[in-house]
Design a protein around this ligand. Structure first.
Ligand SMILES: [Zn+2]
Length: 66
């Protein structure tokens, strides 16, 4: 018997190819770090509303370049 080829997914945080296996507890993320970053992204949005104009300006500049 040969093992089935694991499905490859892309980490939503960093774009790394990740094997979708039962051994990967962080799927579809490549690591715990990327999972936490993604979960924290919307929390950061809440914090920015609370008031951090400097960081908001930096992020806006990055978006304009895209
Ligand atoms: Zn990642």
């Amino acid at each position: 018997m040969s093992e089935p080829t694991p499905r490859i997914v892309t980490c939503p945080t960093c774009g790394t190819a990740v094997k979708w296996t039962q051994g990967n507890a962080y799927r579809p993320f490549c690591s715990e770090r990327c999972k936490l970053i993604d979960f924290g992204a919307w929390i950061d949005e809440e914090h920015k509303i609370a008031g951090n104009s400097v960081e908001d300006d930096l992020l806006s500049g990055q978006l304009d370049e895209g």
